[in-house]
Ligand binder design. Structure first.
Ligand code: 4FV
Length: 251
């Protein structure tokens, strides 16, 4: 997977490339990543990449010419790459979209600044408009890092055996189960006994119930849209029975 980031602040990505799983993925050549300065494509001697908005109003807009040249140049390097604009106008990013993007050979991520980019870039040069959420940030760079991070960990071989992506939150449409590590007792709170039992089947059942309960309480919307398998249905029916036993004493 090749990531090319187009930004007026490429240096923002240096610490991002240099730490954790992303750093290891680059070192192990599982991903290739570069941040390119859009200013390099501005032809005037001040390398201006923004200008005042037609129609007036506050703020500035990113000029189309440097952006178009930067996108075309990146596409010349990697023809199969998909171009992604980070914008509040986009589809809100989620794990399903991360899996989709991880299937491509390359991504060109366009990071806007100021009020945004000239709309004419969106018409012909952008394949995906993606938002990281319904709020406004000062630039697309942080959003770009989130996309690269979420996609990188889905690239085969990036996560070692102990870090499995398929057991992620959202991969099964559920929130992850509770996690515990040593010490066995912390400030009076014990680790659930079952996790110390060595009964892997029982532990898996406990973890599924933990995921279901956390999802029911914190994100019931995920359970509503999930296609429940037999085991998951059985767990909800067991809880429903328990709840009905309690409620039968009431009206
Ligand atoms: C954003 C978002 C976002 C809008 C104008 C940068 C800012 C400025 N990007 N998801 N939410 N972008 O707020 O992706 O150029």
């Amino acid at each position: 997977m090749h990531f090319t980031v187009l930004t007026i602040f490429p240096e923002m990505f240096d610490p991002f490339w240099g730490h954790g799983i992303v750093r290891r993925a680059i070192e192990n050549k599982k991903i290739f990543a570069s941040a390119v300065n859009i200013r390099n494509y501005a032809e005037d001697r001040h390398q201006v990449t923004d200008d005042r908005p037609y129609g007036g109003g506050s703020g500035m807009v990113m000029k189309p010419e440097p952006l178009a040249a930067a996108i075309r140049d990146a596409n010349n390097t990697l023809h199969a790459a998909k171009t992604v604009l980070l914008t509040p106008q986009g589809r809100v990013f989620n794990q399903q979209m991360a899996r989709e993007l991880a299937s491509f050979e390359g991504l060109i991520l366009v990071c806007g600044r100021y009020e945004g980019i000239d709309e004419r870039i969106c018409h012909d040069l952008i394949d995906y408009e993606i938002s990281i959420g319904d709020y406004v940030i000062t630039g697309g760079e942080l959003a770009g890092m989130i996309i690269i991070d979420a996609v990188t960990r889905l690239i085969p071989g990036v996560l070692g055996g102990e870090e499995a992506a398929e057991k992620d939150s959202f991969s099964a449409g559920l929130l992850e189960h509770a996690h515990y590590t040593r010490p066995r007792k912390f400030e009076g709170r014990e680790v659930p006994e079952i996790l110390l039992s060595g009964h892997h089947q029982e532990i898996e059942k406990w973890r599924l119930e933990s995921s279901m309960m956390r999802t029911l309480i914190k994100r019931p919307d995920l359970l509503q849209k999930k296609d429940l398998n037999r085991q998951e249905q059985a767990i909800l029916k067991k809880w429903r029975l328990a709840i009905e036993k309690i409620l039968k004493f009431y009206n």
